[in-house]
Design a protein around this ligand. Structure first.
Ligand code: PAF
Length: 281
């Protein structure tokens, strides 16, 4: 596996792959790799000649009061995991390598952002779209891999690829979970021992909602209440949102039909956890 930190070196490798007509699968991450990321690398490995992984904690997608400085980082361990997972090229740029001192351009996302995490994280998806535009232009992948845990991100990237005409296939990959159902996340390390025990109730509440829908429940508010009650009863976390929307459009729905997402965010002492399920009704 080659490890590069500059655009210049990256471009040299990409040029070589393209000259040899190799297909490129791209896994963008912010590092502190866990099994969710490894699954993305494995999926990319299956169908592409070359697998490129980027690790970049992108300051532009963090709000002023968010955890940019304390976001967990472990580049040496990540490098080892990436090698084991069969990545061919690891791109590890610095902030100055990705952004000029005074940027003149950013990408603004106009739809799918005023709901779910976008509502409480103003500008977050602009930051995601901006860095991905840069990375897509540098890496020129045939396929890009994203985890469904961040379903809103998948929906936003879907729009970005379509509207900016990137010749890239978006590959959404199912959420990887701990044995007790908790979605894998780099932020799980922030949970206290007790919170870690409570956190699987989030996924259980989503499964209970799915079950209700399967048994014919179509009242959105009743389903949201069931989820909220389970989470409040079984955890000390504070519910940030419980939403049921169309997917991938992320629009309000009056009745439960078609492809929908049920998504929740819960704030614990030091970690805000998100989870979701998408279902076809
Ligand atoms: O999902 C993430 O880790 C980030 O939002 C991404 C896609 C790498 C962009 O910085």
């Amino acid at each position: 596996m080659n490890v590069v930190t500059t655009k210049k070196e990256l471009i040299k490798h990409i040029h070589e792959y393209k000259t040899k007509q190799k297909s490129i699968g791209f896994v963008p991450t912010m590092g502190y790799l866990h099994e969710g990321h490894i699954k993305l690398l494995e999926e990319a490995r299956k169908v592409n000649d070359i697998v490129v992984l980027s690790i970049f904690v992108n300051p532009l997608q963090f709000g002023p009061n968010e955890d940019f400085d304390s976001y967990p980082r472990n580049p040496k361990r990540d490098e080892e995991l990436a090698r084991q997972a069969g990545a061919d090229l690891l791109f590890l740029p610095s902030v100055t390598e990705m952004y000029p001192e005074k940027p003149s351009y950013t990408v603004t996302v106009l739809s799918r952002v005023n709901v779910l995490c976008g509502k409480s994280r103003e500008g977050h998806f602009d930051g995601v779209a901006t860095v991905l535009t840069k990375l897509f232009n540098l890496i020129k992948p045939d396929r890009a891999y994203f985890g469904m845990k961040d379903a809103q991100q998948v929906a936003v990237v879907d729009g970005l690829i379509q509207e900016f005409h990137f010749p890239i296939e978006l590959v959404p990959v199912a959420t990887v979970r701990e044995e007790d159902g908790l979605a894998k996340s780099s932020r799980n390390v922030y949970l206290s021992e007790l919170e870690r025990k409570q956190a699987p109730a989030i996924y259980r509440s989503l499964l209970a909602a799915k079950e209700k829908i399967a048994h014919g429940e179509r009242d959105k508010e009743k389903i949201k209440t069931t989820i909220s009650l389970t989470i409040s009863k079984e955890t000390d976390g504070m519910i940030d949102y419980v939403e049921i929307l169309s997917y991938p459009g992320l629009e309000e729905i009056n009745s439960i039909c078609g492809k929908i997402i049920i998504a929740v965010a819960v704030k614990f002492t030091k970690a805000r956890l998100i989870d979701n399920i998408t279902i076809e009704v």
